[in-house]
Design a protein around this ligand. Structure first.
Ligand code: CA2
Length: 149
C-alpha cells in the first residue's frame, strides 16, 4: 500500500483553540481525521507528525526516503518564511513535497508573502483552511493512481 506523511509545523497544535478568526475552529485532530478518512477510502496509508522544533522536522524529512513515503504534505507554518534548514532538507530528498497553508499567506503581512521552501516543493496550496490539506491529498491520490495505470 502507498503511504504518505503529513507534517505540521510549529503552533499548529493550537488550531481550533486560539485565533479562530484567522485559523478557524477546526482542530489539528479534526484535520488529521479528515485526511485519514479520505486516504483510507483511496487505499493510502498516512502517518502524521506535528512538531514545534525545526530540528525534529529536518530529522523527519531526512528519514522520508528510508521510510518509503510516496509524498509529503507539509505545512511548515512560520518556518516556511525563514528556515533554510527545512528548505535544504526538502531539496535533499527525491520525494515530492506539497506545501500547504490554511491561510492565504499572500494576503497577510508582508513577511508571510515569501516562502523559502516554495522553490524546492512540487507546488503550494494556500488559503482554503483545512481544504488546503484535502486539495493536496487529492493531488496525491491522482498522481498515485496515474502511476499505477
Ligand atoms: O496559514 C498557514 O497554514 C500558516 O502556515 C500558519 C502559520 C503561519 O506562521 C504561516 O505564516 C501560515 C501559523 C500556525 C500557527 O497556528 C496557530 C493556530 C492557532 C493559534 C495560534 C497559532
Amino acid at each position: 500500500m502507498n503511504k504518505i506523511l503529513v507534517l505540521h509545523g510549529p503552533n499548529l497544535n493550537l488550531l481550533g483553540t486560539r485565533e479562530p478568526e484567522i485559523y478557524g475552529r477546526t482542530t489539528l485532530y479534526d484535520i488529521n481525521a479528515m485526511i485519514a478518512a479520505r486516504a483510507k477510502e483511496a487505499g493510502i496509508a498516512v502517518d502524521f507528525l506535528q512538531s514545534n522544533h525545526e530540528g525534529v522536522l529536518v530529522d523527519t524529512l531526512q528519514e522520508v526516503p528510508k521510510k518509503g513515503y510516496a509524498f509529503v504534505i507539509l505545512n511548515a507554518a512560520a518556518f516556511t518564511h525563514y528556515s533554510v534548514a527545512i528548505r535544504d532538507a526538502i531539496a535533499a530528498i527525491p520525494t515530492p513535497v506539497i506545501e500547504v497553508h490554511l491561510s492565504n499567506i499572500h494576503q497577510r503581512e508582508e513577511f508571510r508573502h515569501h516562502s523559502v521552501i516554495s522553490p524546492v516543493v512540487m507546488g503550494q496550496i494556500a488559503g482554503f483552511g483545512e481544504d488546503s490539506y484535502m486539495a493536496a491529498l487529492e493531488v496525491v491520490i491522482r498522481r498515485l493512481s496515474e502511476a499505477r495505470s
